[in-house]
Design a protein around this ligand. Sequence first.
Ligand code: 9MR
Ligand code: 9MR
Ligand code: ZN
Length: 550
Amino acid sequence: MIYNKAKIHFMLLFILSILPARVCVGSDSIIRFNSLGFLPDMPKRVSIISECEVFHVKDAVTDVTVYSGTVRGPVHQEDVGQDIWQADFSDFMETGEYYLEFERVGKSIKFRIADDVYNQAYYTAMRGFYLWRCGTAVEGKHNGEIFSHKLCHLTDGRLDYIGGVGTRRDGAGGWHDAGDYGKYTVNAGVTMGVLFLAWEQYQSVLKGISLDIPDTAKGYPDYLKELKWETDWLLKMQYPDGSGRVSHKLTRLGFSGFVMPEEDKEKRYFTDWSTAATADFVAVMATAARIFKPYDEEYSKICLKAAIESYACLKMYPENRPANLKGFSTGGYGTRDNDDRLWAAAAIWETTGSSEYQSDFEDAARQSRRKIEAVWDWGNVGNLGMITYLFSKRPDRDPELLEVLHRSLIYTADLIVETAEKDVYNRPLGGRYYWGCNGTVARQTVILMAAYQFEQDIKYKNASLAVVDHLFGRNYYGRSFVTGIGHNPPMNPHDRRSGADSIINPWPGYLTGGGHTATDWQDIQDDYRTNEIAINWQAALVYSLAAAIS
Ligand code: 9MR
Ligand code: 9MR
Ligand code: ZN
């Protein structure tokens, strides 16, 4: 009788499943690594929290040892309060399915080495945006379960707070922001900026990947189809009076309870405008005009017109102007606008080539103290402007400024690499822990990959992949931080859909925010400080995975 690999595997699984639990469980919480697996020719690193020395890589089907090595360590790390041993089997490159065995410690969970180990995660994470769609019904399958919600928030939004008492205007569509159902321009900005950047850098791979989403933008690749959904909504955030002002957000007065979006029937309002929101709007619309152009000439014009109109508004209001959000207790996303203006100028210059925008950017960039920054998010989007300029193909850039920005990019990327190397789990943020820091961990890949593209030094790509390792298991918790994917993922994110529907598993593919100390992440729904999900963190996750599969 001939047994093929798959059959033997199946039989083994069957035998394992009837053995007592302790035999199969292994020591998976002790041996920590990327539970999605590894790319054949890339680093394969493991953090172990128990004293160990010799380890073996074993074929998961035959139990044959295919590689043996010795660990390094221990290294003590203060913030996590642990002694960590490190194993490295990077020079083992055979595709297949394996597990690790550490003498006197035990076995790890199984993992794969293959070229496609991150593809499914990319797909699921990107589809997270589709599932976040507002103003429509959505439905998606994951591991055989169907997640869905009905038409929601069709009456967005009221104008009472911007001079239209009792009236409304169309503000439907876009993505819900996070675990709540609000829609916030500033956070949409950084999210779209990172997603557009992923497209610009990895479109040769991304455009071939079907996301199985509805055809809401004929002729667009799926990835851009999803981005257009948000762009359509963002266009509606611009005041229609020609002033170019952009509402800071569109939300209820306070957060809803844990209900499905279609049950959230309270009034939602366009709020007052801010210069930060207006600048982010310019940046997104200018970039959208450029990126959508090959697929949709007409729409590209609409985006560019909107960008130009709002840029004029910024020029009329050179001082930072926060929105008046009195009466609202939903998310604030209050931010000073310098970095947003810088990004706006870079994006609209890159799209139009106009020298006015160019000198606006160059002046702002020369004045900017920190150029390329190591830590950034919705409150600090200058990097998006700097990167736009650095990667531009336009001929007349200022060589001196370019040189300064280039040096800053390498300096910052090197700093991130060093910071990650010093951390026992290769976390690239050092001792920084705060609201949404997992998003920033993921976002480090943007700077790392920018440096990689300039220098072609593999250390940057390796560090970028180590970020993915960290998010999917090589971390203090020995768990995946992404719902529905990887080992022991979050089960109770602060997400209203996940809390309100009748399915035990949470909506899939979402990165949770992370602890505010090294050790205080709690996988409980009430802990919105550490266990919420959000589009800006998700965009960074998508970027990191897009880089990994490209
Ligand atoms: O659910 C809200 C979450 O989306 C926000 O990020 C968070 C901080 O603004 O606030 C959450 O709402 C909480 C509110 O602020 C206080 N009461 C409990 C709410 C959670 O159900
Ligand atoms: O991501 C935001 C984080 O940086 C802030 O510290 C926090 C408190 O203001 O708010 C976070 O954003 C939340 C937003 O205000 C409302 N929707 C959910 C967002 C994620 O928690
Ligand atoms: Zn909605």
